[in-house]
Design a protein around this ligand. Sequence first.
Ligand SMILES: Cc1ncc(COP(=O)(O)O)c(C=O)c1O
Length: 345
Amino acid sequence: MIPLFASSLKPYHDRLSDAIDRVARSGRYILGPEVEAFEEEFASYLGVRHCVGVANGTDAITIALLALGVGPDDEVVMPSFTFYATAEAALVLGARPVFCDIDLDTFCVTPDTVRAALSPRTKAIVPVDLFGNVAPIPALRELGVPVVEDAAQAAGAALGGTPAGALADVATFSFFPSKNLPCLGDGGAIATDDDELAERARILRFHGSKDKVTFTDVGYNSRLDEMQAAVLRVLLPELDGWTERRRAVAAAYERLGLGQHAMLPKATEGAEHAYHLYMVRSERELPMGRGYYRTPVHRQPAVRSGAELPATEEAARTNFALPMGTDLSEEQVRQVVEECASGST
Ligand SMILES: Cc1ncc(COP(=O)(O)O)c(C=O)c1O
């Protein structure tokens, strides 16, 4: 059986154990030197001034929106074709997600779909770099509303040579174990060039306090912990090599003829896809395939927006994730293609 997520941390187990052991013996477990070092290393990898480690990718979006001043009744434009957390992050602030459609080929929002959803109440746009592709962020920034890039699925991707996570006013990451840059539990980060926004995010991740004595805001207890930061410091240097392997798997799917049996994913113009998931579209059920977001966010019971989003509906109905990961062999790719061929006319 070929796993859908074909990546293993086995080769890194000894180094991860050493890192965890170092933290266990250090006596510093929360907001210590490992978090500080990881924040510097990840900021430097992305080429941004600041990285703020937080507890998970959902909190990262909430805190980024709150740092931008988003609050009750503000509108936040975002895709419905995404993981529920993108919308939830705005909903917990009392803000109103306004759902826009996507481009079927890239699975991402476009300047036109976002523009159609803007109103005078729009306080932020949250494009999602879905499945490891990159949304057309530079064009979205021209719409004149702050952009929060949900890069949870896109560590290692780039657009026009700039890393995903360095394209918007502020970007957010998840280090959930299945992500392209994983930790061994929950973890997340906020990345920005904006000094003030970074400072606000630091305050908001620690109960609304700068000095742990005076509490100026109602914030969150949302910190990346020392162990996860130490783990991320071991794995971050591997990210570019892993991304190359994912791209090689995607190239093999194309070379071995998968395009005859399903519609292959397209990178946004100028983007270097990181293939968090290898997502094709097909009218018929694909063996080994798994559908994502079959009920898009705008139709979830907690949301129930009346938005009409034809491309979102079609993507939700016809997408299939096929096995992808750093450890997938050419032989396994061939097997997947053969399985997809069986039953195709
Ligand atoms: C697009 C997207 N946004 C946000 C999140 C939330 O991240 P986390 O699970 O770390 O809270 C995820 C991941 O699960 C995601 O895929």
